[in-house]
Design a protein around this ligand. Structure first.
Ligand SMILES: Cc1cc2nc3c(=O)[nH]c(=O)nc-3n(C[C@H](O)[C@H](O)[C@H](O)COP(=O)(O)O)c2cc1C
Ligand code: SF4
Length: 444
């Protein structure tokens, strides 16, 4: 998708100024300090003790923007406690991988304000007592060069900043895989527990969060938790970046208060280009929602729950009414099945089978008994992989069967109501052989 950005919308009566994307200063540290102020100073903490910033982040209500919306302050506290119990210094990892094909928010953020992300990494590392913060992006992405240039501008940071480039694979950005890569150079997920917060990089307690989450931390450290809570949905306040794509006039990234309605978000993306049927929320591990049911709901964890949607990694991809949701889902599921690391049977073979079923359904060749088998498969795969990759694919596929229920019935009798012959959702090019091969050197 393209990388245009626009300001946050009006929420109720007043306009909201963008917090993360407003002053785009790039890698120039002088301009960054002028726009956002200097890095706030913090005292060194003893192992097992949290710096005051941790309480401030907890009070802010910041929830992780990498997909799970887990409370960030709680995660930082858990890392600090694990460091005390294990007597090991923790490690900080910034997940700037953005493996999600329908997302571009982290790369836009890194391009526009890399020092916000780096400030957040340094401040968080100090607050949990880590001597180093690793910032990891997909190998070959422009984020790697931008981050390296930005780090080169910084001198005198109280902790070491290291930029790493990991294999450009979807699953390599899952947290256990990323910690595995930083520690051992292998970007494959590992079985949990222990979770990354207690035993991650080189078995140390690891505070690993999304790049956008760190940028919010950098602003909370400067402006406080009360300021952070001034906008957004109270359970998960603040602003969020949303990557908007599909049937909109100006695809790109917008910054909005959490809980902004889908209608407002689409308005910021120039409005829809015609009538819309449905939308992908959260990403390809997220869920379809019917546009009619979701258009005026808050784009937030609680707001989207009634229609089965999720804000996830801030993805909103809109499907026009002339496109086939089952064909689109089939393409995505095939790509996602091809992203399996091939380590766990239910993921390797189960996703391959789901992909095959969806290809038949999309092509109008699946029979009613085949649909029953597909539904059964979707029920038994979740929770049986080392990581949550298969759970996300199943959620996405199951939501398609529900949201496009009428179309499923048409396809069972060999028909399809879509007129469009071009695809809407972005799916990376390349041949997908299923089931995937066992993992090899490509994960290093
Ligand atoms: C298959 C898979 C891929 C993921 N890819 C990303 C990613 O590209 N970027 C990201 O920040 N989180 C990704 N996540 C979520 C991470 O595992 C982790 O929860 C997140 O980085 C934590 O950050 P947060 O607390 O700021 O949300 C992925 C999860 C899964 C299961
Ligand atoms: S569940 Fe799938 S992606 Fe996750 S570790 Fe197992 S094989 Fe790899």
């Amino acid at each position: 998708m393209t990388s245009t950005t626009r300001p946050a919308p009006t929420s109720g009566s007043g306009a909201i100024s963008p917090r993360l994307l407003g002053d785009a200063v790039g890698v120039d540290l002088g301009k960054h300090v002028k726009a956002f102020g200097p890095l706030p100073s913090q005292h060194k903490v003893k192992r097992g003790h949290a710096g005051p910033l941790v309480a401030e982040v907890e009070a802010s209500g910041l929830a992780g923007r990498g997909g799970g919306w887990f409370p960030t302050g709680r995660k930082m506290n858990a890392v600090v406690s694990a460091a005390g119990a294990s007597r090991k210094d923790p490690i900080v990892v910034v997940n700037a991988m953005e493996g999600e094909p329908a997302a571009s928010k982290d790369s836009v953020l890194v391009h526009r304000n890399p020092h916000l992300v780096l400030d957040g990494a340094v401040l968080a590392a100090q607050a949990v007592g880590s001597p180093v913060a690793y910032v990891v992006a997909h190998r070959g992405s422009r984020s790697v060069g931008t981050l390296e240039r930005a780090v080169a501008q910084r001198t005198g940071d109280p902790v070491e900043l290291r930029v790493l480039s990991a294999p450009a694979r979807y699953v390599a950005s899952e947290e256990s895989a990323l910690a595995h890569f930083v520690g051992e150079g292998i970007g494959l997920p590992v079985t949990v527990p222990p979770r990354v917060f207690e035993s991650g990089v080189r078995r140390r307690p690891t505070f690993l969060s999304n790049a956008e989450t760190f940028a919010h931390i950098a602003l909370i450290a400067r402006r406080g938790s009360g300021w952070f809570r001034q906008v957004g949905d109270p359970p998960q306040p603040g602003t969020m970046l949303v990557s908007v794509s599909g049937a909109v006039a100006q695809p790109g990234v917008v910054e909005v208060p959490t809980g902004t309605t889908m209608r407002q978000i689409l308005g910021l993306a120039g409005g829809t280009t015609g009538s819309v049927a449905a939308a992908v929320t959260g990403g390809y591990g997220g869920a379809w929602v019917s546009a009619g049911a979701a258009i005026d709901l808050p784009f937030s964890v609680d707001g989207l729950r009634p229609v089965g949607g999720v804000p996830g990694a801030g993805v909103l991809a809109v499907l026009p009414t002339d496109a086939c949701g089952l064909v689109e889902t089939g393409r995505v599921v095939q790509w996602m099945a091809g992203q399996s690391a091939g380590q766990c049977g239910p993921c390797r073979f189960g996703l391959a089978a789901v992909s095959q079923d969806f290809a038949m359904l999309a092509g109008g060749k699946l029979k009613r008994t085949g649909l029953g088998a597909l539904e059964k498969r979707l029920g038994i795969i979740p929770g049986r992989g080392a990581c949550r990759h298969p759970d996300g694919v199943v959620r996405f596929a199951a939501s398609a069967l529900q949201v496009f229920g009428d179309e499923v019935q048409r396809h069972l009798s060999g028909q399809c109501s879509a007129g469009r012959r071009t695809f809407v959702l972005p799916v990376p090019a390349g041949k997908v052989d299923l089931p995937v091969a066992r993992p090899g050197e490509e994960w290093r």
